[in-house]
Design a protein around this ligand. Structure first.
Ligand code: HEM
Length: 455
């Protein structure tokens, strides 16, 4: 239906700032409520910006895929540019396409297959380190543990290096940058130049990130080692027309993007998976049964993944309930129509996976943790634009296969040996920063599992 020049319905905001205060207070509750109250397209005024919240899969397909050329990442991603620069997540148009083509071969299936054994080996190191922790019955923050593990995997498999003592420093620096950028996400400007103690800490953390990335680049140059990993591909790529390689600044932005985008989201997917499993013993037992009967204590290999369907379904369902990239947004470069409503040039479109993944119109009992939703038959029956953990269209996550293989191998390796239990009374609260983090971490105890007793 065409609505002429009428605006879609939407929440009433205050005269100057529109809906900004409500959005800042609790973005997930705000978007959920707007979707519930106003249907497929809702109009939002956020400060001086006009925006639509799109929740119909056809409109999402239109923006992310069919008419993707008309859209750029919204100005909200400018905040991400502070740490990531103009890398693959934030760049646009011809430059983005050239860089995407350059990086793509590192993510071909055969390439990921070749990296699988390094993923399992890294997970086994964590499993071995957990021995003593399990013995002492000492609680751990599983979000922190997964962050360290996925960072190690990205460094070893894509960037070919170890950071040693710098790894912990990098984790802390990135957590601080994520919180700082995330908390100021909805502010009209990032006031990070003022010399407040907070901003000084932020600047110092950015310095730590830079040091780690330049260390990786310099190490590789110093070694002069020829490999076919992502870092080598980026360093040796030449522009077809000019024959020029990337400048140090361009290389820094891409390496930073892969280092951060390549581990943060996967670690959160795993952390939320452990949390959900701990609250659903039947599902946990079924997962353990699959692992015991297929692997029988053997480390998981790439070739096992086809026979571990339930492991995959558990992760897909965790990505539905807690999508690490919980919200996406775009800006219209030219006028368009969304759900029959005119969308003027410059206006924003919000697409919120967290909201889409729990809409009662598309999901039965949406709040329930139920991996059975992801059987091949049920996947085929569902529009792919209602399940968007990796986005969609040309800007879809380049690392989605890498992440799924990694998450399955890590979960299989660790859940084969251990059962994790949430520390009683520990509050787990989703915290929508750039990514969906657990605000107070996820404190769990680790227990050895006797293989074969799960059924
Ligand atoms: C469970 C894990 C992951 C999730 C949930 C995730 C999610 C996403 C989403 C939703 C986007 C699209 C953002 C948008 O449209 O605005 C994206 C883009 C991207 N992701 Fe991932 N990601 C994951 C893992 C990875 C991994 C492992 C890597 C690299 C090793 C990676 C690298 C990237 C890059 C470079 C982009 C930008 C792609 C482009 O625009 O061409 N991600 N990711």
């Amino acid at each position: 239906m065409r609505h002429g020049n009428k605006r879609p319905p939407g929440p009433r905001g205050t005269p100057l700032v529109g809906v900004l205060p409500a959005l800042k207070r609790d973005p997930i509750a705000f978007f959920t409520e707007a979707a519930r109250s106003f249907g497929d397209v809702a109009y939002l005024r956020i400060g001086s910006q006009h925006a639509y919240l799109a929740t119909h899969p056809d409109d999402i397909r239109h923006v992310l895929q069919d008419n993707a050329r008309n859209y750029h990442k919204s100005p909200l991603y400018d905040k991400l540019r502070v740490p990531l620069g103009n890398g693959l997540v934030t760049s646009e148009d011809a430059y983005w396409l050239r860089q995407r083509r350059m990086a793509q071969p590192a993510f071909h299936r055969q390439h990921i297959e070749a990296l699988a054994s390094a993923m399992t080996a890294s997970a086994l190191e964590t499993a071995n380190r957990w021995e003593a922790i399990a013995e002492r019955r000492q609680p751990i923050d599983v979000a922190e543990e997964m962050m360290r593990l996925t960072q190690t995997i990205v460094l070893r498999t894509l960037l070919g290096a170890e950071l040693g003592p710098m790894a912990g420093e990098l984790d802390r620096a990135w957590a601080l940058v994520n919180a700082h950028v995330g908390e100021s996400f909805w502010s009209l400007a990032l006031m990070d130049r003022w010399p407040t103690p907070n901003n000084r800490r932020f600047r110092r953390a950015l310095g730590v990130l830079d040091r780690a990335v330049f260390y990786l680049i310099d190490e590789r140059r110093r070694q002069g080692r020829e490999t076919n990993d992502l870092l080598s591909m980026l360093m040796s790529a030449r522009d077809e027309e000019t024959g020029q390689g990337m400048t140090d600044g361009q290389l820094r932005d891409e390496v930073m993007t892969f280092l951060l985008a390549g581990h943060e989201t996967t670690s959160l997917a795993l952390a939320w998976t452990w949390y959900l499993l701990s609250g659903h013993p039947h599902i946990e037992e079924r997962l353990e049964h699959e692992l015991d009967s297929v692997l029988a204590k053997r480390p998981a290999a790439y070739s096992d993944l086809a026979t571990l369907p339930y492991t995959r379904m558990v992760i897909e369902e965790a990505l539905r309930l807690y999508p690490p990239a919980w919200g996406l947004s775009r800006q219209a470069m030219g006028p368009d129509r969304i759900g029959g409503y005119a969308l003027p040039r410059g206006w924003l479109v919000f697409i919120i996976p967290f909201v889409m993944h729990r809409l009662p119109a598309y999901w039965e009992e949406p709040e329930k943790f139920d991996p059975e939703r992801f059987t091949p038959a049920r996947n085929a029956a569902r529009s792919k634009f209602v399940y968007l953990p990796f986005g969609a269209g040309p800007r879809q996550c380049i690392g989605s296969q890498f992440a799924m293989v990694e998450a399955q191998l890590v979960l299989a390796t660790l859940a084969s040996r251990y059962r994790l239990t949430l520390v009683p009374g520990h509050q787990v609260e989703p915290w929508p920063l750039i990514t969906l983090r657990p605000r107070h971490g996820i404190q769990m105890t680790i227990e050895h599992r006797a293989v074969g007793t799960s059924d």
